[in-house]
Write a protein that binds this ligand. Structure first.
Ligand SMILES: Cc1ncc(C[n+]2csc(CCOP(=O)(O)OP(=O)(O)O)c2C)c(N)n1
Ligand code: SF4
Length: 295
């Protein structure tokens, strides 16, 4: 059975009032949209803001079964849950909900194992491009030029392409999505939930606290990331990539909004030189070209 987005308001909220998320938190918008789209979700969360915002027992604000687990253990814990539920003939959606730190970096070894075994798990990575809950350290997802507490002069290296690493595992479904395009995100979450095996959704989720951006423009920043070409929207189904309708035209650099429109709304990019901005533009184009090879 699939749950229509229009029916979302009639369903119990999956993230209750009183949670500790900052105003305009992209992670909480993404969580609501995805988890509401799923039948009987069980959510496994490694250390990250998502484990912090739920508050403490007995006042937990997640309204679905949730397992908080050590960083690198998310995929192995989810594998166990998924197999145990199958054995008991219980239909659930086993979800890993992790940040970019837990996906691009510290959890990579274990999700790689679970993806290789094609465990029946929906892995969602809300990507805010750094380690937010421990004080804004850089991660493999941090874009070149962004200031974090461990890159005070702007990160020198380019952002890792975790979706392409995931694609090398030949899993049945990969998608990128954004809090700027909620219907697209919801639809992809639902589609992923109907597929068996290891599925991965990478979600651009702005963090106003760490990005030093206005909390009121979180969805707008999500849209700008797509319209500037910074965050391409696509699906990879059984190895074949399709750019999503909402973002397809931005494969043409001439159709993109200038990247400065995205950068100037975030304090983390304030110190970027014109040269660094040019290098970031090259990183963006490089990623589009590499993705196009998977079409
Ligand atoms: C093995 C291990 N190393 C480091 C930590 C400390 N730690 C907890 S959460 C976190 C960062 C998580 O970053 P991310 O996954 O991007 O999520 P976010 O905080 O941005 O929500 C770190 C480094 C830890 N708990 N365990
Ligand atoms: S620090 Fe960022 S990701 Fe964490 S709760 Fe606040 S806005 Fe959300």
């Amino acid at each position: 059975m699939s749950i229509k987005i229009e029916d979302m308001l009639d369903r119990p909220d999956v993230l209750l009032r009183g949670n500790f998320a900052c105003a305009g938190c992209g992670l909480s918008i993404a969580y609501r949209s995805v988890i509401s789209a799923l039948e009987r979700p069980i959510v496994v969360i490694p250390a990250c803001c998502a484990s912090v915002i739920q508050s403490l027992h007995p006042n937990v604000t997640y309204n679905v079964p949730t397992l908080n687990i050590a960083f690198a253990a998310h995929a192995s814990a989810a594998s166990g849950i998924s197999r145990a539920k199958k054995k008991r003939n219980e239909k659930v959606t086993t979800v890993v909900w992790s940040g970019d730190g837990g996906t691009y970096d510290i959890g990579l070894a274990t999700w790689s194992g679970a993806a290789e075994r094609n465990e029946n798990i929906l892995h969602c990575c809300y990507d805010n491009g750094f380690y937010s809950n421990t004080g804004a350290q850089r991660s493999g997802a941090t874009p070149r030029g962004a200031v974090t507490t461990t890159t005070p002069f702007g990160k020198q290296e380019k952002r890792k392409s975790v979706a392409r690493i995931m694609a090398a595992h030949d899993i049945p479904y990969i998608a990128t999505a954004s809090v700027g395009y909620l219907r697209d995100l919801y639809t992809k979450a639902q589609k992923a939930s109907q597929i068996r095996g290891y599925r991965f959704i990478l979600i651009d989720a702005p963090c106003p606290t760490g990005w030093n951006s206005d909390p009121a423009i979180t969805p707008e920043l999500g849209e700008l990331a797509v319209k500037t070409g910074y965050f391409p929207l696509y699906e990879i189904e059984n190895g074949k990539l399709t750019f999503s309708k909402r973002g397809e035209k931005y494969r043409d650099p001439n159709k993109r909004i200038p990247i400065d429109e995205y950068l100037k709304r975030q304090g983390r990019f304030k110190s970027m030189s014109p040269q660094q901005i040019d290098t970031l533009k090259s990183d963006i184009q490089y990623e589009w070209e590499r993705l196009s090879r998977l079409e």
